[in-house]
Design a protein around this ligand. Structure first.
Ligand SMILES: NC(=O)c1ccc[n+]([C@@H]2O[C@H](COP(=O)([O-])OP(=O)(O)OC[C@H]3O[C@@H](n4cnc5c(N)ncnc54)[C@H](O)[C@@H]3O)[C@@H](O)[C@H]2O)c1
Length: 386
């Protein structure tokens, strides 16, 4: 970024995205598909949320499912009428043809499997994170560009009407000059799989990732971060491995500096009791708050499942609740939405550069915690999003 202004970089990224979409559309058109053919790898917990959504889409044809625990793939195939079942990704990639791999495996497997999919000519939608490190993720994006393919990563929080409302309020100056923001998300930690607690796992890539995507999406790319991460529960019992040692952070706090002196704070963890349960349904409190010189606003519910935005301004100081209805938005819609984009010639709001920037923040937060230093970031993405 040294010889290029941030604005030029953002403009170029947007143009590169649009050009790539067109070239990948040509690839899809070449296969004469009217639907995007999908292969799913990873048939665990989250596939039970993705498959119902994907199977209802008119733009999607479910071709295959794959899981190293073959029984899981067989069960999902039966449940959702998917014709081809595989135990290993190389069998899936070389088997019944498809356009887009939807990667729903353990976080530590994402980079490796996404690379295999790109190498065999598939577009990729990956659950978060897109790779284990920013460097690995950036190499995947470069590889996709070279091969005229597309790769995207969760989360899909920028698609919610609540995100759009907040972003427009900021862009229109309703808050005056924005100065500070806070976001939090946590629960008691997943009980089904060990990977959440092993090296490469952690509450930041699993939970903090949503708040980081929302706050950078609203306030712009982070220029630097400073953070502390800890382990509060050093041992856990999980369904697939019994008693395990926790190796990845389960408690994290990050402060980000955005352009114009804006500071924001994200906290996430696997040791948060929530009286409203995992989904936070029925709660009235704000999990995201943004302050400016002339107003403030708060997101009700979690950013992945929001219930409204409370806005108060100098001109209208009694808080008013807006956008109480998420409409068609659901957090598990990412793969469906980008499939539609591949066919409809729209560039989606979700961008791989944004997902990689969030990964950069997570990696830098860990480096900051280890060294006690503030870490500068070079990565960026096109902004504002809405
Ligand atoms: N569970 C949720 O509610 C949820 C919500 C949002 C995002 N996510 C994300 O989804 C991803 C998966 O989480 P999960 O909760 O479904 O985990 P999970 O353990 O329930 O499922 C992962 C599945 O992937 C399979 N798998 C692992 N490596 C594989 C490989 N190399 N080839 C084929 N299959 C392989 C496992 O056997 C398992 O069935 C994670 O990135 C997680 O952060 C989960």
């Amino acid at each position: 970024m040294k010889n290029q202004s941030r604005k030029e970089f953002l403009q170029q990224s947007a143009m590169a995205g649009a050009a790539l979409l067109l070239s990948s559309l040509e690839a899809v058109a070449f296969t004469e598909n009217k639907k995007i053919k999908i292969g799913i790898v990873g048939c665990g917990s989250v596939s039970g949320q993705y498959l119902p959504h994907l199977s209802k889409s008119a733009h999607v044809e479910l071709v295959s499912v794959c899981d190293i625990v073959l029984e899981r793939a067989k069960n999902r195939a039966k449940e959702f009428n998917v014709p081809h079942v595989y135990e290993h990704i190389y069998q899936q990639l070389g088997g019944a043809p498809f356009d887009l791999l939807v990667n729903l495996t353990d976080m530590q497997e994402h980079g490796r499997l996404n690379k295999m999919a790109l190498a065999s000519g598939k577009h990729v939608w990956s659950e978060k994170p897109m790779a284990n490190t920013y460097k690995e993720g950036k190499a995947l994006l470069d590889m996709a560009r070279e091969k005229k393919l597309r790769i995207w990563g969760a989360p899909a929080v920028v698609n919610s009407p609540q995100f759009a409302f907040m972003s427009k309020a900021i862009q229109e100056g309703k808050l005056g000059k924005v100065s500070a923001a806070h976001a939090h998300y946590g629960h008691e930690g997943p009980h089904w799989s060990a990977f959440f607690y092993e090296k490469g796992g952690g509450s930041l890539p699993d939970l903090g990732v949503y708040n980081l995507a929302t706050l950078t999406g609203l306030l712009g790319p982070a220029k630097s971060v400073i953070a502390m991460t800890t382990i509060v529960t050093p041992e856990r019992t999980v369904d697939n491995k019994g008693k395990i040692k926790v190796e990845a952070e389960d408690n994290a706090m990050i402060i980000m500096e955005h352009a114009g002196g804006v500071l924001s704070h994200v906290q996430s963890g696997f040791n948060y009791f929530d009286p409203y349960g995992h989904g936070g349904k029925g709660q009235d409190r704000h999990t995201i708050s943004i302050w400016g010189t002339k107003g403030n606003m708060g997101l009700v519910g979690y950013d992945w499942a929001p219930f409204g935005v409370d806005l108060a301004t100098m001109d209208s100081p009694t808080p008013v609740r807006h956008v109480p209805d998420p409409k068609t938005y659901v957090w598990q819609e990412g793969a469906t939405v980008i499939s539609q984009s591949l066919l409809d010639k729209n560039e989606p709001l979700i961008s791989p550069e944004h997902a990689l920037h969030v990964l950069d923040i997570i990696e830098s937060a860990r480096a900051s915690s280890q060294t006690g230093q503030k870490i500068s970031l070079q990565s960026s993405f096109r902004w504002p999003i809405v």
